[in-house]
Design a protein around this ligand. Sequence first.
Ligand code: NDP
Length: 244
Amino acid sequence: ENNATAEKIVLITGASSGIGKATALLLAKKGAHVVLGARRTDRLEAIASDIQAEGGSVAYRTLDVTNLEQMQAFVNFAQEKFGRIDAIVNNAGVMPLSKLEVLKIEEWNRMIDVNIRGVLHGIAAGLPLMQQQGWGQFINLSSIAGHAVYPTAAVYCATKFAAIAISEGLRQEVSNIRVTVISPGVTESELADSISDDTARQGMQDFRRIAIPPEAIARAITFAIEQPNDVDVSEIIVRPTASP
Ligand code: NDP
């Protein structure tokens, strides 16, 4: 196993399904101590017992990333449990797509709260501790939607552009702390389940056919974590080979 990953303490938000879950399983297999957060605690419990059954090291805690206090409690929990934190994967995200003219304002706000505020809360909760330690790593999930805008995806894209801007700003401002953006193309997960708009849902069908497995993204995240500490993988774009 890779020594650079073994024994690292890695916090993962949105670890109850999709990319977060696949990342937790892969990192635990490589000997990391993984700390899982999400709202569906029953899912986290099941994932944690699978990891433990394989001899892995895991802890989990209920987490709503839109709530700064819960995020701080999540980071504190990891530190108390394992003594430090080596990386936070700000992975939690939602994607209820629709055209702007449909005015699904609650859904816009939810995307802003989870996909932008959630990332900022992860930084707010983890950065002081990382600065105290003198090391740490943020891995923030953007998307190919952080590089281009698609119809029905204006707000979602805005949140993923924001994830890149925030990550780049953080990278420039801090030293000794690594900042990584992971930008997946369409990946098998529960992400599109949150689309309530019929047109947007149908538009996703073609894309979902070419989706790559979440393990592909987990490998990219792991690659960024297992580099030596003086190497910062700033961004990895991972997308399906096929086009829709
Ligand atoms: P999933 O829907 O499978 O997973 C999303 C995770 O986010 C779930 O574990 C969910 O857990 C969690 N989550 C949602 N809201 C909150 C909240 N308020 N607090 C804490 N956790 C929350 O989708 P993916 O695995 O695909 O998504 C992971 C990330 O990857 C997202 O940021 C997404 O934007 C990004 N991405 C995904 C792509 C894809 O094609 N799948 C492409 C590009 C980027 P719970 O509901 O239990 O809280």
